[in-house]
Design a protein around this ligand. Structure first.
Ligand code: IPE
Ligand code: IPE
Ligand code: MG
Length: 236
């Protein structure tokens, strides 16, 4: 059988193009981010409808801290508002919220809300929504390497005992399966420091649409395309 029997269990999305969406409408970038947050709420509902188990959204990268201060501030405010309002709705729908990244770098007003929603939803068993915040894959690998090195120093493991699984267990995503489908919006053909380890064998779907315009039909198209792919994992 050349085709995938089933759809993806874990979809990861690089939600790109909020700025271009706003620019095309003569609006400030901030308005694009607001529309992007609305699209996130919709994406969660769509993935629930489509029986996806895990949805990981790249919301703010390690490198995004280098954007102008007022844009970073606006994004953090928006994130706080999202967590206060939309995340509550999501919680009621049996969604479990998780976050990956250097979360300690987020401002306190965001951390407080984030921790609260994660705690409130920890026993939900519907869709797992993973927000990548202050996330960089290289930073994640550095953090994993540090904690492994500390275990070696404490003689809890030996270097010879390190395997693929040991590394995976020390990443922020230790209890999550690898994504099987990566979607990037707005046509960019790069990973931008997102889940470099975990995406090793993911199928990639690039959409020309900007993130605020990426809707249910687009998710369906990506999933359809996924089921047509022949995943070989290096075999023949
Ligand atoms: C993605 O949209 C959202 C974040 C990175 C926070 P962008 O802000 O990167 O939008 P473009 O790429 O400038 O259009
Ligand atoms: C990637 O988008 C990060 C997020 C979507 C959060 P960017 O807009 O930051 O990526 P580059 O700069 O185009 O590579
Ligand atoms: Mg961008």
């Amino acid at each position: 059988m050349n085709e995938n029997q089933s759809g993806p269990k874990h979809i990861a999305v690089i939600m790109d193009g909020n700025g271009r969406w706003a620019n095309a409408r003569g609006l400030p970038r901030k308005a694009g981010h607001r529309a992007g947050a609305e699209a996130v709420r919709e994406a969660v509902e769509i993935c629930q409808d489509l029986n996806i188990d895990y949805l990981t959204l790249y919301a703010f990268s390690s490198e995004n801290w280098d954007r102008p201060e007022d844009e970073v501030k606006a994004l953090m405010k928006l994130l706080e508002r999202f967590l206060k309002t939309k995340a509550r709705e999501i919680a009621k729908k049996n969604v479990r919220l998780r976050a990956i990244g250097r979360l300690h770098l987020l401002p306190d007003h965001v951390r407080v809300e984030l921790d609260r929603v994660i705690e409130d939803t920890q026993h939900n068993n519907g869709l797992t929504l993973v927000l990548a915040l202050s996330y960089g894959s290289r930073e994640e690998i550095v953090d994993a390497t540090k904690s492994l090195a500390q275990k070696i120093t404490r003689q809890e493991i030996t270097p010879d005992e390190i395997t693929n699984e040991t590394i995976a267990e020390h990443l922020y995503t230790s209890d999550l399966p690898d994504p099987d489908l990566l979607i990037r919006t707005s046509g960019e053909l790069r990973l931008s420091n997102f889940l470099l380890w975990q995406l090793s064998y993911a199928e990639i779907f690039i959409s020309q649409k900007n993130w605020p315009d990426f809707r249910k039909a687009d998710f369906e198209e990506a999933i359809q395309e996924f089921t047509r792919r022949n995943r070989r994992f290096g075999r023949v």
